[in-house]
Design a protein around this ligand. Structure first.
Ligand code: PEP
Length: 250
């Protein structure tokens, strides 16, 4: 299947202060002005840095994303951030259903779907994360689990919209472990088939990102796997010296 331009998105998780952001954005902008990226590039910093990032990249194609949003638009949810608030702060994307949210906060497919729908309603492109645990993979259930997550976490509202799916095996996140290229291809093909079944051809161009210990050393091989439409990068997005070679590999 023909792939549209790849998306390389950095997930900073709960890392980074203003000075860290300034340093990374300064270095990325310099490098990408000298040689433009041939992919979409996004940074998803902590919510506290979103408007600062949006200001810093106003004249630059680096995209700005949130790491989570609430499904509700407003209300008595102390500490909550809505999709409209992220949009208002300058974000264009938002990650939903990251395995850390699914595990730490007990987020279900149903809630992830509601968050993705809220993102679309607010004009944000959701990056919907799916992925199996080590136990599920060892039980031979990786494809089945991921297929179920796609069927239940992707709302019809994303049909024809700007959105992405990220396949992130839970056991590969932050561990330095990665699936084989064959395993990545197998799951990405299954994700594409499930997306087509769920949403039809209108979403055939939506990229399927791979995430989990992507680094400069493995990015080129992973990004060349059929149906890999980009990468969601955690640890290696915190420094321009690591993130840039991954962008260049796309
Ligand atoms: C992530 O948190 O989405 C991720 C992929 O992390 P890392 O690249 O550090 O494994």
């Amino acid at each position: 299947m023909k792939q549209s331009v790849k998306l390389i998105a950095g997930n900073w998780k709960m890392n980074g202060l203003a000075a860290d952001l300034s340093a990374v954005v300064h270095d990325l902008k310099l490098a990408l002005q000298a040689e433009p990226a041939s992919c979409r590039v996004a940074i998803c910093p902590p919510a506290t840095l979103i408007s600062r990032l949006a200001d810093a990249v106003r004249d630059h194609p680096i995209e700005v994303g949130g790491q989570d949003c609430r499904a509700e638009s407003h209300g008595a949810y102390t500490g909550g951030v809505s999709a409209a608030m992220l949009k208002d702060a300058g974000a264009g994307l938002v990650i939903v259903g990251h395995s850390e949210r699914r595990q730490e906060f007990g987020e279900t497919d149903l809630l992830v779907s509601a968050k993705a729908e809220a993102a679309v309603r607010a004009g944000l492109a959701p990056i919907v994360c799916v992925g199996e645990t080590l136990q599920q993979r060892e039980a031979g259930r990786a494809v089945e689990v991921v297929r179920g997550q796609i069927m239940n976490s992707l709302p019809q509202a994303v049909t024809g919209q700007d959105f992405a799916v990220a396949y992130e095996p839970v056991w590969a996140i932050g561990t330095g472990l990665t699936p084989t290229l064959e395993q990545i291809e197998e799951v990405h093909r299954a994700v594409r088939a499930a997306m087509l079944e769920r949403l039809g051809l209108a979403s055939a161009a939506a990229p399927i990102l791979y995430g989990g210990s992507v680094k400069p050393e493995n990015a080129r091989d992973i990004l060349a796997v059929p149906e890999v439409g980009g990468a969601l990068v955690g640890g290696a997005s915190l420094k321009a010296a690591d993130f840039l070679p991954i962008i260049r590999a796309a």
